[in-house]
Write a protein of this length. Sequence first.
Length: 122
Amino acid sequence: VTAHFLDSTWTIQKRIIWFRLLENPHDGLTIANSVFDEINKYGISNKIFSTSLDNASSNDCASAELNNWLPIQHNGQYFKIRYRCHIINLMVKDGLNVCKDVLENTTNYTISNVKKLPSHCH
């Protein structure tokens, strides 16, 4: 868990506040409990208004739990920010799955035709 914050000179700072193996199960409630415990150790539960997570369903559950437990500031608005890189990766994977047959057929066709060329052309 990395905390990002503004210091007294309005300079953004970041600190790793928690880095350890998370015990099984890796479900949303376990993640939320673990993160909430660490947040409370640092006494920052009243300063959190957003989390950044990937799209795993367990993270959705953890975020919802944290939203219920944290004394949310800013008129109760809690922001869950998704990792763009993870979302783009999922989109590319889905796109490649759609094109998979075409790509395989094109590759196989190209290889079979190259093999048919006279040996001095390789």
